[in-house]
Design a protein around this ligand. Structure first.
Ligand SMILES: [Zn+2]
Length: 426
């Protein structure tokens, strides 16, 4: 199948190309981009006119808990630990395989409608999430969450993850894996050692909640007799890491992070909503650390719309640092695209639009909205004014999953099923 997108304004996010290019055609064959240029030969099965529209890479959400769509807006009035202990964990105990599948479909629909083509997930009953991802045709990096002690139950969790990897790894190019460890505060040092050993054996990155709030940092200090950053240095050296949050780090600790193989998943909406604080992303960027964007699960992050996350990211840093020159819009777009691909080890395949890379892209319409007109600075207009609803078309791995806002999803059925799940388990 060949697709030709014509006359687009292209923001490829490729270092080899101009930031913004006008009147570009993009040709896709099967899963890949095969040509980018002007007036390309119209030898495609499907031709899409993108005159006046923007084509850019689909967004990459580097921290989420996919089935948590059903927990949207259950958090108001709780802090992190109370919300987990009193609300989320008791409800999660009641979830069935089918619930996980339905709840995942809702998240994947939300992604497609808001322009995200890849998501990094940390949850359980992962087979159901994978099943839903295949049906939705989205790109997923996932795991089966590890947490606890180095006892029989802990060992069994690693065995289950191993079984999952043996069954699914390398079978579908859209489904990749990492080793999801819930957090240092929910695992013992002994168990962490086992998990890191396993990650090294499988040559996979580790995805970890890290320094989300003050209480977490205190709990880690008490349990490990070391600061969180010391635990990283002691147990994770040489290991590729995706650290979600990193809110409670001093400047000196951020400098030390530089010596580890880390990417940060910045989740400002979740951090604000749970009253955790604001991560010092500016300092991380200054230190050359790879900063990416995440939403967290909708329970704390409200939704999966990365446009919202981009806006919060830029505004918060300018505000807390009292410097309007920080984080230009293009830098923020990088966080939502190519930086995310690097974090997931997928930068040779996705994150920018280049010949030979996978066709994971979105078509934006900023022309027909009062809120985005006039377009004086295109990248700023995308970061500050565009919404998920400006995404007209979403293509993943060369497949059109939304065209002119039409998806092939039984949307009402999914909404109804998810409503019933939360009513049952609450
Ligand atoms: Zn999280």
């Amino acid at each position: 199948m060949k697709i030709l997108i014509k006359n687009a304004t292209l923001i490829s996010m490729s270092e080899k190309r101009e930031k913004i290019e006008n009147d570009k055609d993009i040709k896709i064959e099967d899963s890949k981009i095969i040509e980018i240029g002007k007036n390309l030969k119209e030898d495609a099965d499907k031709i899409m006119d993108a005159t006046g529209k923007i084509v850019m890479p689909g967004f990459i959400n580097t921290h989420s808990h996919v089935p948590m769509s059903i927990f949207r807006e259950t958090v108001d009035g709780y802090n992190l630990q109370d919300w987990l202990n009193k609300k989320i964990w008791p409800m999660e105990d009641k979830l069935t395989n089918q619930d996980i599948y339905e709840a995942s479909l809702l998240s994947f629909l939300e992604m497609i409608e808001t322009g995200t083509t890849t998501i990094n997930d940390m949850y359980f009953m992962t087979e159901e999430i994978i099943k839903a991802a295949k049906v939705s045709k989205i790109r997923l990096q996932t795991s089966k969450t590890l947490m606890g002690q180095n006892d029989e139950a802990g060992k069994q969790r690693i065995q289950e993850l191993e079984k999952l990897l043996n069954t699914y790894e390398g079978k579908d190019e859209r489904i990749t894996f990492n080793i999801g460890i819930h957090g240092l505060y929910t695992s013992s040092r002994d168990y962490i050692k086992q998990c890191v050993h396993f990650a090294k054996e499988r040559n996979l990155p580790i995805h970890l909640h890290f320094c989300e709030n003050t209480k977490e940092v205190e709990d880690i200090k008490n349990a490990y007799n070391a600061t969180p950053i010391q635990v990283l240095e002691q147990e994770f050296t040489g290991q590729k890491l995706i650290l979600a949050h990193c809110v409670k780090l001093t400047k000196e600790e951020i400098e030390r992070l530089k010596n580890l193989k880390v990417s940060i998943s910045h989740c400002p909406v979740s951090n604000l909503k749970l009253g955790c604080g604001i991560a010092n992303i500016f300092e991380m960027v200054k230190q050359g650390i790879n900063v990416t964007l995440g939403t967290d699960g909708q329970g704390s992050g409200s939704n999966l719309d990365l446009f919202e996350t981009m806006k919060y990211t830029a505004l918060l840093q300018k505000g807390i640092q009292e410097d309007a020159t920080l984080l230009p819009a293009y830098e923020v777009l990088k966080m939502a695209t190519i930086n995310g691909a690097k974090a997931l080890g997928l930068e040779s395949k996705i994150g920018s639009l280049e010949v030979g890379k996978k066709a994971d892209l979105i078509v934006l319409d900023l022309q027909n909205n009062a809120v985005t007109n006039p377009i004086n600075d295109l990248c700023s207009d995308i970061v500050y004014n565009a919404k998920g609803s400006n995404v007209m078309t979403t293509i993943i791995n060369g497949e059109v999953v939304m065209e002119n806002r039409k998806v092939c999803y039984p949307k009402q059925e999914i909404y109804e099923k998810c409503k019933k799940i939360i009513e049952r388990i609450q």
